[in-house]
Design a protein around this ligand. Structure first.
Ligand code: UT7
Length: 326
C-alpha cells in the first residue's frame, strides 16, 4: 500500500485563566439564578480573564503546554494558526502576537475566524500545510476572551460564555492511507450566511468602529444546532471512511449540555462517550474543543490510537466536524 502523509496530533495543552465566576456570582449582577442556568445549560461556573490578560496570553500558555506534551520547543514551530473571535487587536493577527510571545522563529502565522467552529476550520486549514509537507511543526490554537464581548445586562447571553485556550501540535506522519493511520482523517465544514441574525456581534471596524456586543436568539440557534451538527458528524465520518459507531470519543463544542445530549441521541451514541466540560468551562467558543480534548487527555480518558470526532456550531452560522485518530 502506498505511503501518505497525515497531520497527526502529537501534543495537546489547555489553559484557563485563574478567576472563577460562579452562577451565584452572576445572580448579583443580572436577573438570573443558579437553578435556571444549571438546568437549561449545564453550566455551573466559567473562567474570566483578568484585566490586562489577553487572548494571546491564554493562547501562548496553552501552546507552551501542547509543545511540552509533544516534546517540541518554540524554535521548532513553523506554522501558527489561532482560531479566535476575540483577537487582542484588529490587526496584527493574534497568531503573530503568540509567535512573538513564544519566541517562535519567522514562519507562517495567521488567524481563522469561524466563531465557535473556528478550531475545526483551523485544523482543516493546518492540514493543508502539514499533510502536504509544507509545515513540520504546526500549532493550532483555539483561544478566546468571550467575557469582553458580553452585554452584562443581557441574562440570555452573559451567563453562557467563558474565557480560555486550548492548543494542539500537528506534525506530518507517514501513514498507509487507511483508517488505522494516526492523524486527521476527514472533515465536513459548513456555513450559512442567511442565518447571521441568530448569532452575531453588533460592532466591527468597518461598520461601527467599535468592538460591539454578542447578540443571540438562543432558542433559534438551539434548534439548528442539533440537526446541523449531527449531519456534519455523519459527513465527516463518511469522508474519513469510518462509522460513527466506531468512534471512541466525541469531543464537541461546549455550548449547552442539552445540545450535547441531543446530538448524541440523534447519532445513537451513548452519552458516556461524549466529553463534557461545560459545567466548569461554559462556552469558550473556538477554545472549547481543544480545552475539552486537553482535559480528557490529561485525565486519561482519551488515549493515543483512539478514534475521535470533534464537532462544533456557532455564529455565521458556521458548523463542522473532524474525524481523527490520536
Ligand atoms: O456556541 C454558539 C452556539 N450557541 C448555542 O448553541 C446556544 C444555543 N441556545 C441555547 O443554549 C439555549 O437556547 C439558551 C440556554 C440560550 C436558552 O435556553 P432556552 O431553553 O432556549 O430558553 P429561552 O431563550 O427560550 O428562554 C426561556 C425563558 C425566557 O423567559 P420567558 O420569556 O419564558 O418568561 C427567558 O427570558 O428563560 C428566560 N431566561 C432566563 N431566566 C433566568 C433567559 N435567560 C435566563 C437566565 N436566567 N440567564
Amino acid at each position: 500500500m502506498s505511503s501518505v502523509l497525515r497531520s497527526a496530533v502529537t501534543g495537546v495543552g489547555g489553559f484557563l485563566p485563574p478567576t472563577v465566576v460562579t452562577n451565584a456570582d452572576l445572580e448579583k449582577i443580572v436577573d438570573t439564578n443558579d437553578a435556571w442556568i444549571t438546568e437549561r445549560t449545564g453550566i455551573r461556573s466559567r473562567r474570566r480573564a483578568d484585566e490586562g490578560q489577553f487572548t494571546s496570553d491564554l493562547a501562548a500558555e496553552a501552546a507552551k503546554r501542547a509543545l511540552a506534551a509533544a516534546g517540541r520547543a518554540a524554535g521548532d514551530v513553523d506554522l501558527i494558526i489561532v482560531a479566535t473571535t476575540t483577537p487582542d487587536l484588529t490587526f496584527p493577527a493574534t497568531a503573530v502576537i503568540v509567535q512573538r510571545k513564544l519566541g517562535a522563529p519567522v514562519g507562517i502565522a495567521f488567524d481563522v475566524q469561524a466563531v465557535c467552529s473556528g478550531f475545526v476550520y483551523a485544523l482543516s486549514v493546518a492540514d493543508g500545510f502539514v499533510a502536504r509537507g509544507l509545515a513540520k511543526c504546526a500549532l493550532v490554537i483555539g483561544a478566546e476572551t468571550m467575557s469582553r464581548l458580553m452585554d452584562w445586562t443581557d441574562r440570555g447571553t452573559c451567563v453562557l460564555f467563558g474565557d480560555g485556550a486550548g492548543a494542539v501540535v500537528l506534525e506530518p506522519v507517514a501513514g498507509q492511507g487507511t483508517t488505522a493511520d494516526r492523524g486527521l482523517l476527514g472533515f465536513a465544514l459548513r456555513a450559512d450566511g442567511t442565518k447571521q441574525d441568530l448569532l452575531y456581534v453588533d460592532g466591527g471596524p468597518s461598520s461601527t468602529g467599535t468592538v460591539g456586543k454578542l447578540r443571540m436568539q438562543g432558542n433559534h440557534v438551539f434548534k439548528h444546532a442539533v440537526i446541523n451538527i449531527a449531519e456534519a458528524v455523519e459527513a465527516a465520518a463518511e469522508a474519513a471512511g469510518i462509522a460513527v459507531a466506531d468512534v471512541d470519543w466525541f469531543i464537541p463544542h461546549q455550548a449547552n449540555q442539552r445540545i450535547l445530549a441531543g446530538v448524541a441521541h440523534r447519532l445513537g451514541v451513548s452519552e458516556d462517550r461524549v466529553v463534557s466540560t461545560i459545567a466548569d468551562h461554559a462556552n469558550t467558543s473556538a477554545a472549547s474543543i481543544p480545552l475539552a480534548l486537553s482535559k480528557a487527555v490529561e485525565d486519561g480518558r482519551v488515549k493515543p490510537g483512539q478514534l475521535l470526532l470533534m464537532e462544533a456550531m456557532g455564529g455565521g452560522l458556521t458548523w463542522g466536524a473532524c474525524a481523527l485518530r490520536l
